[in-house]
Design a protein around this ligand. Structure first.
Ligand code: C2E
Ligand code: MG
Ligand code: MG
Length: 448
């Protein structure tokens, strides 16, 4: 077959990196394929130079280039059983035969010690003593691994390395492999669910301590994988945020909530909130899409609330404020979600027109133990009230916590104590059964 012959030819050609003379990315992948086809297990070492840009800036780009040359030379001569590659700007790979885990570790320790010393670079008659840091990851390429596995392993390992590797070397072990497979599984399920809109919306009622009735509800996404297992939003939402899937999710949820509100014009609560991200607010189509959904289902803006977690509002507060003000005029108010978990700039955050601050569960738990915790929450609540915010206490589970919330003047309560998140139709029944006034948990359980 002509096609495969051409492929054979391409396979044979070894390509090199112009700067260092090492084999390049293409050559690396050919060797990976070869190793896999021959059912070999190979040891792969990944060396990523860190802060190369900073080095280029500190000295100059030629010094940076020479450093790459030195590192290339070092890796090339390190061990005759290994082949060295430069696979992109600051990344090098080594590929060698199967060896024991001890031998593999030994090799990495050698590389790490080299990076603990400086690199002497000569350029135009000058000598530079350059310190270079590197991210060192290694693993065994299994005979059944595909190119995709290899790329996934490297990407996953780099993110783990960045997040927590302190010793400078990361071995891609079974645990990381399991993490990676789980992540892949979840992302596949989320992608499928976005495409086929198979998410469900659940609703959790929120009780108002002054009005003594349920005044609103929060919509919470629910997802079952195609194999029927439940996937927790606490796990998949952060992954969706990292992988550009959160936008699709949010719009699906917003539409579901608007449709539900449209179908239940007499629902005895004021509003339902939807979780969205700070980045989305800055999207040029944000307000238009919200207005379109409200119009499509004949829903007043005042029946919709938007919850934003502080961690997702990272920049451009002025622009965020403009959009929030515009929507507030249409009656759509905003809740600051998960207050107490971020490290954000409090004054910038509170300069935004939020109606409600939701105290995160972790903050609420502070009231459980000590007087000090209770006083702290009480003071925080006072500050918020002075600034005209209402407070929702999240994650209230016990009668003691309800009592604390009342005593510290927290305005509203959301938690398993009153109700767990439930499907829309159940919410409608629940609210019909407990329309309000003086409905506390005590007489709710008497009813039950
Ligand atoms: P969140 O927005 O802070 O939602 C409150 C979470 O606390 C929900 O978890 C809710 O089920 C849980 N919860 C409520 N009461 C209690 C309680 O008494 N005890 C305990 N232990 N937990 C309680 P869930 O549904 O697992 O959602 C987790 C997070 O995932 C949410 O935190 C939110 O950040 C995100 N999320 C959920 N649905 C959506 C969505 O539709 N869009 C986006 N962007 N994020 C969502
Ligand atoms: Mg929320
Ligand atoms: Mg929250």
């Amino acid at each position: 077959m002509g096609g495969s012959k051409m492929e054979d030819n391409v396979m044979k050609e070894v390509t090199h990196d112009a700067l260092t003379g090492l084999r390049d990315w293409g050559a690396f992948f050919q060797d990976v394929k070869k190793s896999v086809t021959m059912s070999r297990r190979s040891h792969i070492v990944f060396v990523q130079l860190l802060q190369l840009k900073r080095i280029n800036r500190k000295y100059n780009i030629h010094v940076g280039d020479r450093l790459l040359g030195e590192v290339a030379d070092y890796l090339d001569k390190l061990d005759t059983n290994y082949t060295a590659y430069r696979t992109n700007n600051s990344r090098f790979m080594l590929m060698g035969p199967e060896c024991s885990r001890e031998e593999a570790d030994g090799m990495l320790v050698r590389i790490r010690s080299r990076f603990q010393e400086n690199w002497e670079i000569a350029y135009e008659g000058q000598k530079y003593d350059v310190q270079a840091k590197a991210c060192l990851i290694h693993f065994f390429l299994e005979p059944m691994d595909t190119e995709l596995d290899l790329l996934d392993k490297m990407n996953h390992a780099v993110s783990v390395f960045r997040a927590k590797e302190r010793k400078g070397i990361l071995f891609f072990n079974e645990e990381l492999n399991a993490d990676m497979l789980r992540k892949r599984y979840i992302l596949n399920e989320v992608r499928y669910a976005v495409e086929h809109k198979t998410f469900q919306a659940f609703y959790q009622p929120i009780y108002d301590c002054n009005e003594k009735r349920f005044v609103s509800a929060e919509s919470l996404i629910r997802l079952y994988g195609r194999d029927g297992t439940f996937l927790s939003p606490g796990e998949f939402i952060p992954m969706a945020e990292e992988n550009g899937l959160i936008d699709g999710i949010s719009w699906i949820m917003l539409e579901k909530v608007c449709a539900f509100l449209g179908e239940h014009p007499d629902l005895p609560i004021d509003a339902i909130s939807v979780n969205m991200t700070g980045q989305q607010i800055l999207d040029a189509t944000f307000t238009r899409r919200i207005e379109e959904n409200l119009e499509k289902y004949g829903v007043e803006g005042s029946r919709l609330r938007i919850e934003i977690t502080e961690r997702t509002i990272t920049d451009d507060f002025a622009e965020v404020r403009k959009v929030m003000e515009y929507l507030s005029e249409k009656g759509i108010q905003f809740y600051l979600d998960d207050f107490g978990t971020g490290y954000s700039n409090l004054s910038s955050m509170l300069s935004l027109p939020f109606e409600v601050i939701k105290f995160d569960q972790s903050l609420i738990r502070m009231m459980d133990g000590t007087d000090k915790g209770q006083r702290t929450i009480g003071l925080l609540a006072d500050i918020m009230h002075e600034n005209d915010y209402s407070i929702v206490a999240e994650g209230i589970e016990t009668a003691g916590q309800v009592q604390n919330a009342f005593e510290r003047n927290l305005d509203r309560i959301q938690g398993y104590y009153y109700a767990r998140p439930m499907p829309g139709e159940e919410l409608a029944e629940f609210l019909a059964k407990y329309p309000g006034v003086e409905k506390t948990r005590e007489n709710m359980s008497e009813d039950a």
